[in-house]
Design a protein around this ligand. Structure first.
Ligand SMILES: Nc1ncnc2c1ncn2[C@@H]1O[C@H](COP(=O)(O)OP(=O)(O)OP(=O)(O)O)[C@@H](O)[C@H]1O
Ligand SMILES: [Mg+2]
Length: 378
């Protein structure tokens, strides 16, 4: 607190001005170094020329009235605290003035030396706090912006690399396929060589999937995942999803049962995207369920549409892991070589892009059930 406080009193009523000057003279806590003007214009030119610690501002002046007075003072000195002086009849305006930037108000006729001194000190402190808070806020916004820029730059790199990778992968795949088809007739090809070429093809297909997942996660992050919704029959969707995963499930001796409640309503959805969701959920179910297990795929009515569930008889997921399971790159066991940990993040993104939600219910040793809801067609 400065020992001497530079006060600008803006008041056109000489009686009020005299009274305030007398009150200030009685203040013991600080010495009031006061300048008095009676017009807003004069106040503004003073504020622009001289350092002022606080403004005592009458709201009704010959050249400005009400809120315009506060706005005018703030425009000339945005960092100087303002205490508004008001009559009993316009207290509402005084409250508005405080809401739009003044620090406090005093009702004329109810002021004494103590309340005036206190209002001045608090106004200065409050403005100082405001100022510091704004600085912090600005610094925080700046940091957030920098972090967002960094994330954007990283996603851009991810997008470009993934994109370019696509061309190389396609070319490897085409070449391996051509090689398989054009093995010279008559010349016996060793099963070993055939196996190696098939191996190349399978690996490329996996890399293509990973690449697509990375692209999808980047689009999700940027809020740019495309969904094209159309009327979609749920049972058809479930059957198609089962057919796509069947070869993999057969290989593991896992059975997939499809069941649907009768007369399920159609949903308004992007069927390719929902097949991607089901592909991920069924893929996980097959991947994590030991051979010989069973998987059920169900469609049921829900409050706002249709609920689709994938239940498996696998190892289950510990409760403490269930909250993180939909985060990208998240896996229960670090370092398991089963996947990148992107599938469920994509599932969640796609379901939410449909206005739905996804969740898991699971108990260790009892299997897992992943369910999602999609709104019915309007
Ligand atoms: N049906 C399930 N049973 C047991 N654990 C599961 C099941 N589904 C997912 N998990 C656990 O959740 C983790 C995250 O699954 P998610 O599908 O996101 O990634 P991923 O399958 O490991 O890799 P990706 O899908 O990218 O190939 C898995 O690594 C696994 O630990
Ligand atoms: Mg997965």
């Amino acid at each position: 607190m400065p020992v001497s406080i530079r006060i600008l009193l803006v008041e056109d009523n000489p009686g009020d001005a005299r009274l305030l000057r007398e009150y200030l003279r009685d203040v013991a806590l600080f010495e009031a170094d006061m300048v008095h003007v009676d017009r807003l214009e004069a106040a503004r030119s003073h504020l622009e020329r001289s350092v002022t610690d606080v403004v005592l501002l009458d709201l009704s002046l010959p050249d400005a009235q009400g809120m315009a007075t506060v706005a005018g003072a703030l425009a000339s000195a945005p960092n100087v605290p303002i205490v508004v002086l008001t009559g009993l009849d316009d207290e509402t305006i005084a409250v508005q003035a405080v809401q739009s930037g003044a620090q406090d108000y005093l009702v004329k006729g109810q002021v004494d030396s103590t309340s005036l001194a206190r209002a001045i000190r608090y106004a200065i402190e409050r403005k100082q706090l405001d100022h510091e808070r704004n600085l912090l806020l600005r610094r925080e916004q700046e940091e957030r912006r920098r972090a967002e820029d960094a994330v954007q730059a990283r996603d851009e790199v991810l997008r470009i690399v993934s994109h370019d990778l696509g061309n190389s992968l396609s070319s490897i795949l085409v070449n391996a396929t051509v090689l398989l088809r054009t093995m010279p007739p008559g010349k016996p090809v060793s099963t070993e060589a055939l196996g190696q070429i098939r191996g190349i093809r399978e690996e490329v297909v996996r890399m293509q999937r990973l690449r697509q997942d990375l692209l999808d996660v980047a689009s999700l992050e940027a809020g740019q995942l495309s969904v094209v919704k159309m009327m979609t029959n749920v049972l058809d969707l479930l059957e198609t999803a089962r057919e796509s995963i069947r070869p993999l499930a057969n290989e593991k001796g896992t059975q997939i049962v499809v069941e649907a409640e009768e007369d399920l309503p159609d949903i308004f959805a992007d069927s390719d995207r929902l097949l991607q969701v089901l592909g991920n959920l069924l893929g996980n179910a097959v991947k994590f369920t030991p051979p010989g297990g069973s998987i059920s795929l169900r469609g049921d009515r829900a409050a706002n549409g249709v609920q689709i569930s994938v239940r498996d008889s696998g190892p289950g997921i510990p409760l403490e892991n269930q909250a993180n399971i939909f985060d990208r790159f998240w896996k229960v066991r670090e370092g398991n070589q089963f996947g990148a940990g992107l599938g469920l993040a994509i599932v969640k993104g796609i379901v939410e892009a449909h206005g739905g939600r996804v969740w898991v219910e699971s108990e260790v040793g009892q299997g897992s059930t992943f369910s999602f809801e999609v709104p019915a067609a309007p």
